[in-house]
Design a binder for this molecule. Structure first.
Ligand SMILES: [Zn+2]
Ligand SMILES: [Zn+2]
Length: 294
């Protein structure tokens, strides 16, 4: 389904057929174009909305949780996401949602106050993220979902967010990897808002975990499905490890993310990046520094 205004262009949600109804993996944006695309696709393959019994969310980004509540209203499906990504849990443990966490991270980058203020203001403008979805189940440390003849395991894979999970249909040999392991390109790291957060370290461990699942086909939420999961995991690990090594080298000379960020490789030279990309690059650099120092 379409993702307007995102460089990722589209999001893929997946349906797993069981003898007792459907499992939906991820739920697009809360946008009419996503909902129309979803319901039209369901009808096209001969299913009714009320056959959806379970909604498994890989993580709490707006392009993944979007219409989960709407599916539940229509079908009575249960909604599951890992506890660390539960919005209510984040308010308790992290003091708030996306904007609070972003603010806290920006304040640790060493950037000048006016830069932080501008970046934060720009994020407020684009962050239309409904953070009030109530979960029916918020497991910690993995989960198992049995529906008729199908068993799907939820495996915690933090890194892209702290509560990211992949879902494995072991019998079919398929793993739904959310945003943790797309077919191409790097994995975006979570915002480090608490002192012990180390999303880069989390991600490297999660890639090993996914490689070891023994699945034959990976279905990421963006781009396209692929095979040879261990090779892809190794490629991503090498990419992020190289970033960490570069940052470790730069930290011999510099102290803060604000000082390090212009010396790393981005799509364009640092001075030519747009404000949104600069914010992303700065927070990413903070994550890498955490990865080196923790
Ligand atoms: Zn995401
Ligand atoms: Zn996504």
């Amino acid at each position: 389904m379409p993702l307007h205004g995102s460089p990722l262009r589209s999001i893929t949600v997946f349906l797993v057929e069981t003898s007792e109804g459907l499992v939906l993996i991820d739920a697009g944006y809360d946008h009419p174009s996503c909902w129309e695309s979803f319901t039209a696709s369901l009808a096209e393959i001969g299913h009714d909305l009320d056959a959806v019994r379970l909604v498994l969310l890989t993580h709490n980004h707006p392009d993944h949780v979007g219409f989960a509540g709407r599916v539940r209203e229509a079908s009575g499906a249960r909604i599951v996401m890992q506890r660390a990504d539960d919005f209510a849990h984040q308010r308790r443990v992290r003091g708030g949602g996306f904007l609070v966490q972003l603010r806290r991270a920006l304040e640790q980058t060493g950037a000048p106050d006016e830069v932080i203020a501008d970046m934060y203001a720009a994020a407020v403008g684009v962050a239309r993220h409904a953070e009030d979805l109530e979960l029916d189940d918020a497991p910690e440390g993995g989960s198992e979902h049995v529906l008729g003849d199908v068993t799907i395991r939820g495996v915690p894979t933090p890194g892209h967010t702290y509560g990211h999970a992949v879902y494995v249909d072991t019998a079919r040999g398929v793993v739904f990897t959310g945003d943790t392991m797309m077919a191409e390109g790097p994995t975006q790291l979570a915002i480090p808002s608490l002192p012990l957060d180390d999303p880069a370290g989390d991600l490297l461990a999660s890639l090993d975990r996914i490689a070891g699942l023994g699945a034959r086909i990976a279905c990421p939420a963006h781009q396209f499905p692929y095979r040879d999961i261990p090779a892809r995991a190794a490629e991503l690990k090498a990419h992020h490890q190289a970033e960490l090594d570069t940052v470790a080298e730069l930290l011999r000379t510099y102290d803060t993310a604000w000082e390090v960020v212009p010396h790393l490789t981005w799509a364009k030279p640092w001075d030519e990046l747009g404000p949104g990309t600069k914010r992303f690059a700065l927070v990413h650099t903070l994550s890498l520094i955490r990865g080196v120092t923790s």
